[in-house]
Design a binder for this molecule. Structure first.
Ligand SMILES: *Cc1c(COP(=O)(O)O)cnc(C)c1O
Ligand SMILES: [Zn+2]
Length: 416
């Protein structure tokens, strides 16, 4: 396992001893999200990337040596991570780049990348003997926590979820199927977030809320490890990631950063964050060169529910990820997001939910802006499955053809 050396605030850089702080920086408040840091010099001498070649664990736990979990802890059995990285020549041609890959994280057990964070947080709960884990979520983080929680056999873990009452029905059904206690909050995600955190503090529940729990990123970073390993440690020039709270983007950055500290990769890809026009607080902050502390809450309104966030909770690390890697933030319209669902599906066979399909529109835009060049190799991170939100998928395509159950009718319909 990787022994935590310190927790460091992403705003004031104050350092805290590993178990001394549970959530954000006490000095900076919730904006001061913490980095989980290790003794990289020690890890460098102990670990060898080539040993992964004979590692047969087909999940994120193949990187257990780089994760903050003790060897004795029995992690949840659902197979999270180790998702396919698809090399798509047609996507590359379509975007006008040398090569393009899709990292298909919709193939996780509850169908989104959030499983990585939930598996990590639930493992921490198991290790600490905590029996209640809570989360506020726009849907996917809650499903991930509920599913991963339901899989635990070594202890009984109760899951309590706060979701905005407006979350897609299918997502809410998924939580209930897994047996989580679900509270539909008549309010925004941001309100659900605060409510969950305050209640957790009062009740002593372990709160998985994005950003303020420093360990979500330690799970999400494994997607970057996988991309690097799957590309045999030659990382792409750029990675396109959709952004709501900015925690996935920050997690991807942390993953590559860890590998860079270990000397396993030679550089960190440019990270391009894609937001919806109706929820683009980070785009504006980046364009106006604002710091996380100075960002004001913005209204959030987009059909891509998984990236709807008025106050991106991991804004500090998300801005850092883009600035440090010479990447950028851009916004795409809801119409472009909807259109991206069939476009991506028809080019690659990967069916993405709106928030995830947004990376296709974002990659197109990044090429137009010349942030991505014709000889670049790029990866589109697809964060969630299209089956999560079939209603939006239906809006993205025209209807099928109705026929009578006879051959003549079929011929006529197909113009044969
Ligand atoms: C959560 C989520 C995102 C955005 O992640 P953030 O950490 O909030 O930026 C993007 N796509 C999908 C499918 C998600 O579930
Ligand atoms: Zn701080």
């Amino acid at each position: 396992m990787a022994t935590i050396q310190e927790l460091r605030c992403s705003i004031c850089l104050r350092s805290y001893a590993p178990e001394s702080v549970q959530y954000a920086c006490p000095h900076c408040g919730l904006v001061g999200t913490l980095d989980v840091l290790y003794d990289y010099d020690a890890l460098k001498t102990q670990l060898d990337r080539d040993s992964l070649r004979i590692n047969r664990e087909p999940s994120m736990w193949r990187y257990r040596d780089l994760l903050p979990i003790s060897p004795e802890t029995v992690v949840p059995p659902l197979q999270v991570g180790y998702t396919p990285l698809l090399d798509s020549r047609r996507l590359a041609e379509n975007l006008g780049v040398r090569r393009a890959w899709v990292k298909d994280d919709g193939q996780n057990p509850t169908a989104s990348l959030k499983d990585r964070a939930s598996a990590m947080v639930v493992s921490r709960a198991i290790e600490k003997g905590i029996s209640v884990v809570s989360a506020a979520s726009t849907g996917n983080a809650a499903a991930a926590l509920s599913g991963v929680g339901a899989s635990v056999e070594t202890a009984k873990i109760d899951i309590i979820i706060f979701v905005p009452a407006t979350a897609p029905e299918a997502k809410i059904a998924q939580l209930r199927v897994y047996g989580a206690k679900v509270l539909l909050v008549e309010g925004t995600y941001d309100q659900a977030f605060d409510l969950c955190f305050e209640m957790s503090q009062q009740q002593g529940w372990y709160c998985r809320n994005t950003g303020i729990n420093p360990f979500t990123i330690e799970g999400k970073k494994t997607v970057a490890y996988e991309i690097a390993e799957q590309m045999e440690w030659h990382v792409p020039e750029a990675l396109i990631v959709s952004v709501g709270d900015g925690n996935i983007l920050a997690g991807v950055h942390k993953g590559f950063w860890d590998l860079y500290q270990l000397g396993w990769i030679k550089r960190i890809p440019r990270l391009i964050g894609v937001q919806a026009e109706g929820s683009s607080a980070l785009v504006k902050a980046w364009e106006q060169n604002l710091n996380a502390v100075d960002m004001q809450p913005q209204p959030a309104d987009t059909i891509a529910d998984s990236i709807s966030a008025g106050v991106p909770r991991d804004r500090s690390k998300a801005l850092r990820a883009v600035r440090k890697t010479s990447g950028g933030f851009l916004a795409v319209s809801d119409a472009d997001i909807i259109a991206s669902i069939p476009k991506l599906a028809r080019l690659t066979g990967v069916f993405a939910e709106p928030a995830a399909a947004a990376v296709y529109a974002g990659a197109k835009r990044a090429v137009e802006l010349n942030w991505i060049h014709p000889d670049d190799e790029i990866v589109l991170l697809v964060t969630g499955s299209g089956l999560k939100d079939v209603k939006r998928a239906q809006e993205s395509v025209t209807g099928a053809i109705r026929v009578q159950p006879d051959l003549a009718s079929v011929r006529q319909a197909l113009n044969l």
